[in-house]
Design a protein around this ligand. Sequence first.
Ligand code: ADP
Ligand code: MG
Length: 474
Amino acid sequence: MAAPWEDVLCNEPALREAASVAVDAALLEGVLMRTEGEPNASDVVNYAPFTLLPSTVPSALFEQAYAVQQDFNLLVDAISQNKEFLEHTLASTVKVDDFTARLFRIYTQVLEEGLAQSVFLGINRSDYMFDCGVDGTPALKQIEINTIAASFGGLTSRTVAVHGQVLKVLGKSKEASHLLPNNPSKGLALGIVKAWELYGSQSAVVMFLVEEVQRNIFDQRCVENELWNRNIRVIRKRFRDVFEEGSLDDARRLYMDGQEVAVVYYREGYVPKNYDQQNWEARLLLERSRAVKCPDIATQLAGTKKVQQELSRPGTLERLLPGHAEAVARIRATFAGLYSLDMGEEGDKIAAMAIADPDRFVLKPQREGGGNNLYGEELRQVLEKIRDSPERTSYILMDKIKPQPAINYLLRAYSPLQVSECVSELGIFGVYVRQGKEMVMNRAAGHLLRTKAIEHADGGVAAGVAVLDTPYLV
Ligand code: ADP
Ligand code: MG
């Protein structure tokens, strides 16, 4: 679908001028990241990578993605409370994937002890691409749902102004006025505020659990500032700090150096490299506590790729969301083909199908953060090697989504301006709060558009592949 600025795409001097305006606008608006060389200091910062131009997004698909978000919130929450489903679904995975197994062990241990936590806060981001069918009509297809540390809700609110200015510089003021405002960090913060209120201790703080390397701190600060503006105190701590300073009292209230913590918001803890023995102990301490974890460990497990694959089996959504036939239909409409590689006849057939036609599929391990999936020839080689071994059950197989590429320019510090054929991924942020059995908040909180050059099969913004973008609805 042609963008209304198609006519300027080959006007190189105009684009160069627009790019230099764009970079300064990004710095002024706060589309910022710390640098690779100085990831833990803000003395030197740079702009986070972004597209020169917005990308067109079919408005019907954009609306569809928003309309299904509350359903996905309900679904994730239902899975997180369904021990039998999680146990059954992850049984084959925990045998071969040590990381999922360790998370699962904490999950069972905490359940056996009995949950001290009674308020639950979910912040997720459901990601989609626009699959081009045989007749060229795009369809909304879910890539995955992120139930832990879903990022860029802060920075993305600031690209709208940048892209608006770029369009104006290029003589497209009317188009600039059509860009939608977007502020996920405020929506996420309102969820945290609600959870903090329900926890019910005026003096308790919100703890951001952050990484050792904190390049994306400005994105997190956007959420933090929304909380400070509402007079809620925020502390930033690492697992290491929790190990050293964290403790529980008799009622399993969580304290950091004597300060009570109402909400733990994880921006860390989703990949194996985040954990050493001490960090696992810290995670267990947090999970055992009464504090509202965002997410609790059950909700993190609900976001695994194995769960995603099992959800696509006929009847599963209906069992998880009884009495929600319309929600089930809306959710199912976004599913691409997903296949289990569990041992047995079904898995054998799937493995053979993928080996015979690797370009139709993506092979995914139980990992987050980009850069882990296998495609094409590499997919074929790996699957051929493990096709008869239980190791194959640590992966799921998914139909490859094939979006229509569009022309854009990716702006990255120290990189020359250069035209790229690009594809985009739309994420919708969801926020919900449950107290006991009652949902007290369930919302879509805003969106994120990320765009990458087609030569990269995989990877997000943090992985250095995709860049921030703004949707232009057509
Ligand atoms: P991660 O948890 O690493 O983010 P994803 O499932 O989101 O895992 O995959 C990473 C990236 O790989 C996505 O952002 C997307 O660019 C690409 N990708 C994932 N699944 C598919 C698919 N089915 N078809 C096409 N590209 C995909
Ligand atoms: Mg992803």
